[in-house]
Ligand binder design. Structure first.
Ligand SMILES: Cc1ncc(COP(=O)(O)O)c(C=O)c1O
Length: 380
């Protein structure tokens, strides 16, 4: 049997800022190609090197510091944190937003805020590792329902309500699954939660900036309220850091009780400023998300035209499942030879036998990328 190489850490350097910002130079000595088109990162709107973000980060770095030097409730709060929290709450139509240094941390805090040892917790089978850790940390009664399957979720909620009528259940999902490219039917899920009086936690990490009314995510405008929305600035916002959005009471509870909020150095001011600059750009360009989604649909149709199964979902994440690790890695290498960076995603990140290439379409791709992609995918 062929030995599958382990995941390698890839060190990528920007080719030069003035050249095409999507071209990255690999620093790996064994890499043959000098520049690659990035179809692997989560920088969906290409904002990580946008001059507005760089300028905002630089300016705040000079006025408010590189690091915060303390936690939010001690010495770490800066004007830029408040400005960002208010702007984001306003944009999302939520009462309060709290910033966190990372989405991983925010997710753990969110689960701990909404569940305890006696809570029945129902999570999609494919939720992010950070949410799973949150569930483990609170020691809740835990069940995983079939991916995006509302029938299965409804059945489990019904049974739970019969068995533990006094315990309020928590339902956890992502609004765009990062490795599948699929979305749950959030409206139906919110209605189910309403019916069974369950709380709902939605991780909007991959949908924000792209999906929903002017990129506001898929929870925006839902008829039933979502307990907590989690989001990160490390993806479409082109920066780093994260947030939880909720009603005022939940946010106050988090602020007072969440160790993940209180006992960590506040989000770095320059990253906060860059995220705010990204928010302003997204607000000023309300069609960016839609344009990206149209491009993604076009790529899906072109893949089908060229003999592939239609990749699931409708968003900017296109997952092409090959099954075997060997084949996924071979395709990754073939794509690299054509000048495209795409990483083979293998277990344990995805279930056994579902190794895949995860293509992340960006708003700012140069022309002709799909042709190169096809050549790399079909060559033997
Ligand atoms: C669905 C999801 N949630 C949360 C995170 C964590 O976000 P962050 O990178 O800000 O820690 C990620 C990042 O990989 C993610 O894919």
């Amino acid at each position: 049997m062929t030995k599958i190489p382990p995941y390698r850490r890839r060190t990528l350097r920007i080719w030069t800022h003035s050249q095409n910002p999507n071209e990255l130079e690999t620093c790996e000595p064994e890499a043959q190609s000098s520049s690659l088109i990035d179809l692997a990162s989560n920088d969906y709107l290409g904002l990580s090197r946008h001059p507005n973000l760089i300028e905002a980060a630089q300016s705040v770095m000079h006025s408010q510091g590189v690091g915060a030097g303390g936690s939010r409730l001690v010495t770490g709060s800066r004007p830029i944190h408040k400005e960002m929290e208010e702007a984001l709450a306003n944009w999302l139509g939520r009462e309060r937003v709290l910033l966190f240094p990372s989405g991983f941390q925010a997710n753990i805090a969110a689960v701990l805020a909404l569940a305890n040892r006696s809570s029945p917790v129902f999570a999609d089978r494919l939720i992010h590792h950070s949410l799973l850790l949150g569930v483990k940390a609170c020691g809740a009664r835990f069940q995983r329902y079939a991916h995006n399957d509302l029938k299965d979720l409804g059945r489990r909620l019904y049974i739970s309500r019969q068995k533990f009528p006094k315990q309020q259940p928590l339902v956890i999902t992502e609004s765009l699954f990062s490795m599948e490219g699929t979305n749950p039917q959030l409206k139906g899920m919110a209605e189910l939660c309403d019916k069974y009086e369950a709380k709902l936690l939605v991780d909007e990490a991959h949908a924000l900036g792209v999906f929903g009314n002017q990129g506001r995510g898929l929870c925006y405008g839902l008829p039933a309220p979502v307990g907590i929305i989690s989001g990160t600035f490390g993806k479409a916002f082109g920066s780093g850091g994260a947030f939880l959005a909720s009603d005022a009471k939940t946010a106050e509870d988090l602020l007072q009780k969440s160790g993940a909020f209180r006992y960590t150095t506040a989000l770095a001011p320059p990253l906060t400023a860059a995220a705010l600059a990204a928010l302003k750009l997204i607000e000023a360009n309300p069609k960016w998300g839609l344009e990206l989604l149209e491009k993604a649909q076009n790529w899906r149709s072109l893949l089908v035209k060229n003999g592939f199964h239609r990749p699931p979902g409708s968003g900017q994440i296109i997952s092409i499942v090959f099954g075997s690790d060997e084949l996924a890695l071979r395709r990754q290498n073939q794509l690299e030879e054509k000048g495209i960076l795409s990483i083979a995603i293998r277990p344990p990140t995805v279930p056994e036998g579902t190794s895949r290439l995860r293509l992340a379409i960006r708003k700012d791709l140069p022309n002709g990328v799909f042709k190169k992609l096809l050549a790399g995918l079909t060559e033997e």
